[in-house]
Design a protein around this ligand. Structure first.
Ligand SMILES: NC(=O)c1ccc[n+]([C@@H]2O[C@H](COP(=O)([O-])OP(=O)(O)OC[C@H]3O[C@@H](n4cnc5c(N)ncnc54)[C@H](OP(=O)(O)O)[C@@H]3O)[C@@H](O)[C@H]2O)c1
Length: 259
């Protein structure tokens, strides 16, 4: 029997990650689900298991050895990955000086270091087999510096840049690397980003596209071999505006939006 196309999704316990797992499972992919909340991962695994094989590997990706530990657990089970989805991430609103150092370090570890190391560990095998790829969940904010959310914007700019470069490196070897850039999406993300004391601007930011629609567009784009997928027409217009506007203007607009 053919080996199933195992697909690892980080941050699969909620939001966009859970929907990306559902979208890949509906394409017949065998799934590996990771995040910290094991109860949520097991509930999703039970839902998907009727259709595809599923493995759950709980992990805290802010820990430097987590990427290697996840892959070691998979190797023990005889699983070679076909696709990696770097989706786990969080943001913090407010000035850099107001954020605890540990939170800043955790954001960089989760949004930057973990996806980079997972890609570094997985790409040699994908290239050797000339198959599969990596889907990185960046953001439309990757296109703008973000006063009052500076580190988050910078992590997503990094992830977009990394993805585009790896797309070119991997493509000649039959491997696809894609950056998905969602705009505001209705998940737990914005409540966590704003913290408990957030005001009316925060409530306006809730809403946005559904996680299901974002996941479907991202997975379809990746499977079509795209380098970058900006989800939804309004977000594509916003990205065009950010790319055309002078940088000094766009950072002032971003400061108002994130203020
Ligand atoms: N929602 C938006 O408006 C929006 C817009 C653009 C881009 N994005 C990006 O989309 C991605 C998914 O976010 P979402 O909107 O779906 O938010 P979400 O519902 O809060 O999901 C975040 C996921 O990351 C996981 N995670 C957080 N900290 C982790 C850690 N230390 N170790 C391992 N996993 C961790 C969470 O699981 P546990 O808590 O169980 O660990 C959860 O599964 C993020 O990269 C985010 O930056 C979101």
């Amino acid at each position: 029997m053919d080996e199933p196309n195992w697909t690892l999704v980080t941050g699969a316990s909620s939001g966009i990650g859970a929907e990306i797992a559902r979208a890949f499972a509906s394409r017949g992919r065998a799934m590996v689900l990771t995040a910290r909340r094991e109860d949520r991962l097991r509930a999703l695994a039970n839902e998907l298991r009727g259709r595809v094989p599923v493995e759950v590997v709980p992990a805290d990706l802010t820990e430097a050895d987590a990427p290697r530990a996840i892959l070691a657990r998979l190797a023990e089970r005889g699983i070679a990955l076909h696709t990696l989805v770097n989706n786990a991430g969080f943001g913090l609103r407010g000035r850099l000086v107001s954020h605890p150092e540990a939170e800043v370090a955790g954001m960089i570890a989760l949004n930057v270091a973990a996806p980079t190391m997972l890609a570094r560990l997985i790409l040699p095998d994908l290239i050797a087999r000339r198959r599969g790829g990596i889907l990185n969940v960046a953001s439309v904010v990757a296109y703008l510096p973000g006063p009052n959310m500076a580190v988050y914007h910078a992590t997503k700019a990094y992830l977009l840049s990394l993805s585009e470069a790896l797309h070119e490196e991997a493509r000649p070897h039959g491997v696809v690397v894609t950056a998905a850039c969602p705009g505001t999406t209705a998940t737990e993300f914005n409540a966590r980003t704003d913290g408990p004391g957030a005001g009316p601007a925060s409530r306006r930011r809730r809403g946005g596209m559904s996680a299901e629609a974002v996941a479907r567009i991202a997975v379809d784009g990746h499977c079509a071999g795209r380098a970058v997928v900006v989800t939804g027409l309004a977000n594509r217009v916003a990205v065009l505006g950010a790319r055309l506007a002078p940088r000094r203007l766009s950072r002032k607009v971003a400061a108002r939006v994130q203020g």
